[in-house]
Ligand binder design. Structure first.
Ligand SMILES: Cc1ncc(COP(=O)(O)O)c(C=O)c1O
Length: 321
């Protein structure tokens, strides 16, 4: 059996729903699929509001803009993440202050966050890396203590839970990605979710060129076009209908890897604490750079996928990746 790094499974209602868009001509942002997908997804995460956008990176830019972050503000972000967790803050003029991650869960180290807080700190960017939830009790308490915004980057953790609660429902605002390699996909796509009504109004306002709610073609701020298309919404809804199946399959694949490679010195990225790890990728730590290279070569020869590293994602402690 071969496991590519990720191959979307499009065997549900994707074609039927996309055909409906094509047949009716609703291919841009108007049409019912975007709102249907937003409703279903926010209900699943356990939040009040959600706005579909064209990718996960702009979801973060939009969330940060809606919170009013900008020039002179410091945002604490883990070093160990994808570049899109940090870039939007820098683009808005914020200073990104990086913090270290914990050796067991691979998530942000709360004590390092606390060390990095200054009077200019405005937000903590929590990334639930590789499907493993971050330590939310401590992070929520830190945000409260220092009066900071908590932004969640859930791009890699759709459906992951911390103490029975879905990630994306803890912070002031949260961002998801539906890129082709994510747990559910819309091709390119993302969503911003939150509970606060006023904050959500700003999200909606800024996601569509800053047009005001009360008058067409009346733009009271300069904003971008971050809208999700009805075709993306159609694929998203069809993918959402299969979400439990995808998560169960990911957890099963992770279990198989861990069982089959139990005799090796690899340290797998296993759940730490009361969490539901969705194993967006099966990741493991190799003892040395040499071990990592050998494993990569072996996976390659078997035709299995790996990333720099996964579906075995091999991060070595002291070697650059
Ligand atoms: C942690 C993380 N944040 C943000 C993103 C950005 O999402 P997108 O690729 O949809 O822009 C990704 C995905 O690629 C990601 O893995």
């Amino acid at each position: 059996m071969k496991y590519p790094v990720y191959q979307p499974s499009l065997t549900g209602n994707e074609k039927k729903y996309v055909d409906e868009c094509l047949d009716t001509g609703w291919i841009s942002c108007k049409g019912h699929f975007v709102t249907d997908f937003e409703k279903a997804f926010t209900n699943f995460i356990g939040v009040k509001h959600g706005k579909g956008v064209c990718n996960g990176t702009v979801a973060i830019h939009l969330a940060a803009s809606a919170l009013g972050l900008g020039e002179g503000d410091e945002v604490i972000c883990p070093t160990f993440t994808y570049i899109a967790s940090a870039n939007p803050f820098a683009q808005l003029g914020c200073k990104v202050v990086f913090c270290d991650s914990l050796p067991d869960s691979w998530q942000m180290d709360p004590s390092d966050i606390e060390r990095k807080i200054t009077p200019k700190t405005k937000a903590i960017m929590v990334v639930h890396l590789y499907g493993h939830p971050a330590e939310m009790d401590t992070l929520c308490a830190l945000a409260k203590k220092y009066n900071l915004f908590l932004i969640e980057d859930c791009a890699e953790a759709i459906g992951s839970e911390y103490k029975g609660q879905k990630v994306g429902s803890f912070g002031d605002i949260a961002c998801f990605s539906f890129f082709g390699n994510k747990t559910i996909t819309t091709g390119e796509g993302g969503m911003v979710v939150c509970n606060n009504d006023e904050l959500f109004e700003r999200v909606v306002h800024l996601h569509g060129q800053g047009v005001v709610a009360w008058r067409e073609y009346w733009h009271d701020v300069s904003a971008y076009n971050y809208r999700m298309t009805n075709i993306q919404g159609a694929i998203g809804l069809a993918q959402f209908e299969q979400i439990e199946k995808f998560i169960a399959a990911k957890r099963q694949v992770a279990l198989w890897y861990m069982e089959e490679l139990a005799h090796t010195p690899l340290v797998f990225h296993k759940p730490v604490g009361d969490v539901f790890h969705t194993f967006w990728m099966v990741s493991a730590l190799a003892e040395s750079k040499e071990d990592r290279t050998a494993l990569r070569e072996s996976l390659k020869s078997m035709g299995g996928g790996y990333r720099n590293p996964t579906n075995i994602s091999m991060y070595t402690p002291n070697a650059g990746v």
